[in-house]
Write a protein that binds this ligand. Structure first.
Ligand code: COS
Length: 427
């Protein structure tokens, strides 16, 4: 099984390599990597050459296919079907799904490096593949039964199925353990009732990872279990698509369960009462991934701001030559570098099987707040042009606001970090 997966992987990389060569021949450029040299030894990378090919192909895909489509996607609030298909062909839905289930099986560090590249364009593209690689599939990966893994993961890795993570409810956001959706055992089924809110990719999803209370007598985390619920299950319906501030092209909606009967075999891991812990483990990884995305988006915004500052002339010279503009550029560069270093360090530690709950929250908090500051400075550098939609920065400014909120607000990250510090001190 592993051998075959390895051959498939090499095949797919060879295919990528061939495709890159064809692309390079088409535009008469030489075939060479344009992925930055990160300047330090990357310890957990298993195969640097194939990783470079992957990162290079992502960089080119982002530059040549996704960036030119940004405005169209923002206007239509939809990612064109051919782009979704190309994302499938490139294996983007299965980046972090284990190779034995048809994914690329990237380590966390490799995934972070891939996220830096994918995030250099509108975040909606990442959002579409993000749930399959992250919060939508991870519950099955970390705690699923062998049968659940074998059935669902290959479909998620290929992009045949889109996964969604349904934790938040109208009355339960930051206080996730207070959720009130119920799952009542009835023979060899569970009957689910309740409403989930702001669920990313719900309109596109073929399956949902749903946290519901199986034991109403236990009010907190211990009464919660995690389920896989497929689209089309009677009793499952969606609310209208939310009108969001930004991230057009990525969709969220309510997911409503009314006497929705789910086979008992869909209880993740086959064990009741551990669903909250599954969700927290999923979020540890998700928070690290979002932090990596914040780094990539910030790099893009700074690149746009630098270009503008070099081209825009006032008082007889490019505004980049003024020291107050230089301060905005330099502060952003330094903060991005700090966030990048944090993310890679935490990712390596996760790959080394360390508990990174605290570090993932540190990364999510710092990188998302950093991203907000970089967006603000980039708008400032653009001046009046930054406030109108002719420049991408107006869109990015709205898009990145979400990073400080979802997968745990900055305030929740602070609570996680401080609580873990106190727990470690006490022990
Ligand atoms: N990994 C594994 N287990 C974890 C864990 C983690 N990272 N974090 C908590 N747990 C366990 C705890 O050890 C505890 O288990 P025991 O009862 O056996 O000791 C259990 O889960 C409950 O944890 P805790 O008591 O810390 O839960 P709280 O209700 O106090 O709150 C917070 C936890 C606030 C951190 C949690 O609700 C949270 O992250 N909220 C934000 C939710 C969020 O990010 N929403 C975004 C939606 S997804 S886009």
């Amino acid at each position: 099984m592993h051998g075959k997966a390895g051959i498939d992987r090499v095949r797919s990389y060879c295919w990528l390599k061939r495709r890159l060569r064809v692309m390079a021949e088409d535009d008469n450029t030489t075939f060479e990597t344009d992925v930055p040299d990160y300047g330090w030894e990357i310890s957990m990378i298993r195969d640097q050459e194939t990783l470079n090919i992957l990162l290079d192909s992502l960089a080119r895909f982002v530059r040549e296919r996704l960036m030119p489509a940004e405005e169209h996607v923002a206007e239509t609030d939809a990612i064109p079907y051919d782009i979704v298909n190309e994302m499938r062909e490139l294996g983007l839905f299965g980046l972090s799904i284990p190779e034995e289930f048809g994914g690329l099986g990237l380590t966390m560090e490799e995934e972070a490096l891939a996220a830096f590249e994918i995030a250099r364009t509108s975040p909606c593209f990442r959002s579409l593949i993000g749930t399959n690689n992250g919060i939508g599939s991870q519950g099955i990966i970390v705690d699923g039964t062998p049968a659940q893994k074998e059935y669902y993961l290959p479909k998620l890795a290929s992009g045949e199925l889109i996964a969604s993570f349904a934790l938040t409810e109208p009355g339960s956001g930051s206080d996730a353990a207070s959720l009130s959706t119920t799952a009542t055992r009835d023979g060899d089924h569970y009957v689910i009732n309740g409403t989930k809110r702001f669920i990313t990719n719900a309109p596109e999803a073929g399956m949902f990872t749903v946290m519901a209370r199986t034991n109403p007598a236990v009010k907190g985390a211990g009464g919660i279990s995690a389920f896989i619920v497929e689209k089309g299950t009677p009793g499952l319906s969606l609310g209208k698509i939310d009108k969001k501030m930004g991230q057009k092209g990525a969709h969220t909606s309510d997911v409503i369960f009314e006497n929705c009967r789910v086979p008992a075999a869909n209880l993740i891991g086959g064990v009741e009462g551990v669903g909250f812990k599954t969700a927290m483990k999923v979020l540890d990884k998700g928070r690290l991934h979002i932090a990596a995305i914040c780094v990539g988006v910030a790099e893009r915004m700074l690149e746009d701001a630098l270009r503008y500052a070099m081209e825009r002339k006032q008082f007889g010279k490019p505004i980049a030559e003024f020291q107050l503009i230089q301060a905005l550029l330099a502060d952003s560069k330094a903060e991005i570098y700090a966030a990048r270093s944090m993310v890679l360090d935490a990712a390596r530690r996760r790959d080394n099987k360390e508990d990174v709950s605290t570090l993932a929250s540190c990364c999510k908090m710092f990188a998302s707040e950093m991203c907000g500051r970089v967006a603000d400075r980039a708008v400032q550098i653009h001046g009046g042009a930054g406030y109108v939609s002719d420049y991408a920065i107006e869109r990015f400014y709205r898009d990145v606001r979400l990073f400080r909120i979802y997968e745990g607000t900055t305030q929740i990250q602070q609570i996680v970090i401080a609580r873990n510090m106190m727990r470690d001190f006490a022990s």
